[in-house]
Design a protein around this ligand. Structure first.
Ligand code: VG1
Ligand code: CO
Length: 560
């Protein structure tokens, strides 16, 4: 086989966002669009790509097979020596990170738009992870973007055909060099990793029941996405959960069955309804398209916010063998995530870090041995076992805590709040707003903040008054390599510790999504309804930002 050079021209807007490049499928389908981006990844890698091995896989959404074909042909032409590809292209994001680490490859290409809907009318995405298994840092994705703006040609082996439905090694000769593609079942490596981290015997006892304990009835919902294959192996084959009553939607579909594979109360409503109507369920969990997000529910769909989930796991790491063995270093959360975990860090005398939104910002801290556990309010939780958030890991962590404490999800949460107080938290998303108007809203608010207009001001509502203590546009200096990330979200902090945060999403594929994060702390009043409790702050947020004036929206698209 011979490599060829194809002339091309740059496309606008191939700038990776919070987590890779995400666009409509039809955009990726445009002639040379995917080729340009993939070549730009190899142009960024330069000599590092030559002779190297990469993992390729994703959530199996529509266009994955075509994209894999393009990646194989371009990789071969760029002198890559081997690609390790998931069977049918399927590898969850956490499993890619795990494979990069255990097989010590030079990195991986992940084909996913994560929680965004899939199928021909919806989204596709490409993301590059570096050799530590972490999402490429900003310095790397900035270079990819620069290459996409200048690209004039790409290298490709046009006649290279490869069957990703057949497991095993396929060998080729390209311009006299050897090029290999190995199609693997990615579940093996991942299941082994989970077995090293958790006590599967105990977890099986929890699910099956033991002599003096009745079975703990779980419902695991893969939302027709990639975790299905791992759920089958871990929950059914290993932990002996029932394939009929303990799992659902575990066959990955390329359009996720036309649902929005995002594990929250809105998009995982099926699971919520199941737990509400069938009260024999003690626990429910759902994952997103690529398996890095998780939602935890207790009996009757008792909802655990991701921020609280992080805090509870942090407070209970001693019942997980991995942490017993390796010890617990610091904790971290993304800036908009509630400060519940900060209280645990303080009590346990651990370092706590506040980083910008996006998993990549946690990874240097992990590499440096400063961070064991971290999370985001956006249903992401994970540890330093890999360099991505990990949905299945989070569920196994919760089940380990439940097994150890012999308590229900709700009891564990209440106990936690009694000990630490409660950080009430909610996020309002306004999806698909007019881009210009969303930007104008953010600009006006930023001007007010910059002018210092808000400091000392009191805002009231529903018999409460909140005085602004501090406001800024969040910026972050990485403590390990001193790289700086600026303009990561507008923050308004009040004297009582309450916070309002405004951000524009960096994962959408059309229009703008405004995210408003609302948090307040209560030491004693811990059992109120979160929405009712936060209402006054929500009104203040809408008022300060003039959100309705700018967007015309009366209500958010999604509340989490
Ligand atoms: C969102 C979340 C962020 C998360 C990112 C990727 O980003 O807010 O916390 O890291 O998605 O998650 P944004 O820029 O839209 O707010 V995933 O599961 O889509 O990889
Ligand atoms: Co995801």
């Amino acid at each position: 086989l011979k490599a060829a050079i194809v002339e091309t021209a740059p496309f606008e807007g191939q700038k990776p966002g919070t987590s890779g490049l995400r666009k409509k499928v039809k955009v990726f389908m445009e002639k040379n669009y995917t080729e340009n981006f993939v070549q730009s990844i190899f142009n960024t890698l330069e000599e590092k790509a030559k002779g190297a091995t990469f993992i390729v896989g994703g959530d199996g959404r529509y266009f994955s097979t075509q994209a894999i074909k393009i990646i194989i042909r371009i990789a071969a032409a760029n002198e890559v020596s081997k690609l390790i590809i998931g069977h049918l292209g399927n590898i969850s994001t956490p499993a890619v990170s795990a494979l990069i680490r255990s097989l010590k490859t030079a990195g991986g290409i992940i084909l996913t738009a994560s929680h965004n809907p899939g199928g021909i009318r919806n989204d596709f995405g490409i993301k590059f992870n570096i050799e530590s298994g972490a999402p490429a840092p900003d310095s790397f994705t900035d270079k990819i973007y620069e290459h996409t703006k200048q690209i004039q040609q790409y290298k490709i082996v046009p006649n290279l055909d490869c069957d990703v439905s057949a497991l095993g090694l396929q060998k080729f000769e390209v311009d006299g060099r050897s090029f290999e593609v190995e199609v693997i079942d990615s579940t093996e490596n991942y299941v082994n990793l989970m077995k090293e981290i958790f006590d599967f015997t105990k977890l099986k006892g929890l699910i099956r029941g033991t002599e003096n304990r009745k079975p703990f009835n779980i419902m695991i919902d893969s939302m027709n996405a990639v975790t299905g294959v791992y759920v089958r192996k871990i929950f059914i084959d290993e932990l002996e959960a029932s394939p009929d009553t303990n799992v659902c939607r575990i066959i990955p579909l390329d359009n996720f069955g036309e649902i929005h594979p995002d594990p929250n109360l809105t998009y995982a409503k099926d699971l919520v309804d199941k737990l509400k109507t069938n009260q024999t369920y003690d626990f429910g969990a759902a994952f997103d398209g690529d398996g890095d997000r998780n939602m935890i529910l207790g009996k009757e769909a008792f909802f655990v916010t991701p921020s609280d989930s992080l805090a509870v796991i942090a407070d209970n790491l001693d019942c997980i063998p991995y942490f017993k063995k390796n010890g617990v270093k610091g904790f971290a959360r993304s800036m908009p995530t509630s400060a519940a975990v900060d209280r645990v860090a303080k009590a346990l005398n651990k370092e706590i870090f506040e980083v910008p939104t996006g998993w990549k910002y946690f990874c240097n801290l992990m590499d440096a041995g400063r961070l064991s556990l971290c999370g985001e309010e956006s249903f992401g939780t994970g540890s330093d076992h890999i360099r991505e958030k990990d949905g299945i890991w989070a569920v196994l962590a919760w089940l380990s805590i439940i097994e150890h404490k012999k308590k229900s999800v709700e009891e564990i949460m209440n106990e936690h709040w009694t000990k630490y107080g409660r950080n009430y938290f909610t996020r309002y998303d306004y999806e698909d707003c007019d881009g210009e108007k969303a930007k104008a809203m953010m600009d006006e608010l930023e001007k007010k903040i910059d002018a210092g207009e808000l400091i000392g001001k009191c805002f009231g509502g529903a018999g409460k008054s909140y005085k602004v203590k501090f406001a800024d546009n969040f910026s972050y200096v990485d403590p390990i390599d001193q790289s700086k990330a600026t303009k990561q979200g507008l923050r308004i902090l009040f004297e009582d510790g309450s916070r309002l945060i405004f951000r524009l999403s960096g994962t959408g594929s059309s229009g703008a999504t405004i995210r408003v994060y609302i948090e307040s702390f209560e030491q004693k009043n811990t059992k109120s309804d979160a929405q009712a409790q936060l209402k006054p702050l929500v009104l203040i947020a809408l008022n300060i930002s003039k959100l309705k004036e700018y967007t015309g929206r009366d209500a958010p698209t999604v509340i989490t």
